[in-house]
Write a protein of this length. Structure first.
Lengths: 155, 155
DNA sequence: CTCTGTGCAAACACTTTGCAGCTAA
DNA sequence: TTAGCTGCAAAGTGTTTGCACAGAG
């Protein structure tokens, strides 16, 4: 357990920052103080923060940063695969009156949500330590990708 | 296969409407034409529509209905358990820089998202017919409920 | 008759876009 | 030097709230 080790990857923050720097160079994205600060803040957080939260936190040590930059940077991180948008968050509310157990596949391109049903997914077991800790109301298997209509012409 | 049978429940639309009417009475919610129309529209849709979409569709046969009513009604449906908000959608975008495989539990009350990791969930198999039809980029098990802090004082 | 539900308008929260000046490479 | 980045301001999208009237019970 040498230095600051991140439970999520086993890598220290420094190593992750370096990897990120490399990734930026690769894609010819500039290594700006703002970009580094946003990434670092996200790495250090375990709360799955939104733009606003990252902004507020960052502002303390980097008063000149703007919310727009944070927003844009987070989207960039998502684009290059250095982070991702937590499933389902972000778009408008959508509703479902189908109360039977089923699962959802969401197309990242056209945003369609397609129901499917796979018996094996109905019966997945929630581990005991979670059952003890939380009151679980719903469990779903959630898939994302390109749907049949979008997958040919991807991106 | 008598009459209009809904693939999701095996019940006809009429029966579901009746069940809904009963549920309204139970909770002393008024059975208004708008409320019935919204519920029916949602029942008949397989697209997991948002408020806007339900509104547009409804407007054709019910020109005086307002978007606010649709919005409020959909939330009511969610409250009484006649429908639900598709997982996670609706709030602001949230980000995660943890690239290791893991799963999320979201507290419906305080909105915290808590990472957990359960080996069995990493290896769930996507059925072949889905693999053939879609290009799956991400698969997750997503849990919702009350977290340890909220579950005591629920509601 | 009463009290909830509806429609309208305004307020909000979050995100996106256009642009001029700044800065990493 | 120059392409990409940042900060600001404005516009856009989706949701929520307050209020007066209408209509279900």
């Amino acid at each position: 357990m040498r230095g600051k080790t991140n439970a999520t990857t086993g890598l220290g923050i420094e190593e992750q920052m370096n990897a990120f720097r490399a990734k930026c160079h690769q894609r010819s994205l500039k290594v700006t103080p703002q970009r580094m600060a946003v990434y670092k803040a996200l790495l250090e957080s375990t709360e799955h923060p939104g733009a606003e939260a990252v902004f507020r936190q960052l502002r303390e040590t980097f008063p000149s940063i703007s919310l727009d930059t944070v927003n844009r940077t987070l989207l960039t991180l998502n684009d290059i695969g250095a982070a991702f948008v937590v499933e389902g968050s972000g778009d408008a509310k959508r509703f479902d009156a189908n109360l039977k157990i089923h699962q959802h596949f969401k197309c990242v391109k056209c945003k369609r949500i397609i129901d499917f049903h796979h018996e094996a997914f109905d019966s997945i077991d929630i581990p005991e330590n979670l059952m003890a800790r939380f009151a679980v109301l719903r469990k779903t298997v959630y898939l994302e990708g390109y749907c049949d209509l979008c997958k040919t012409k991807q991106k």
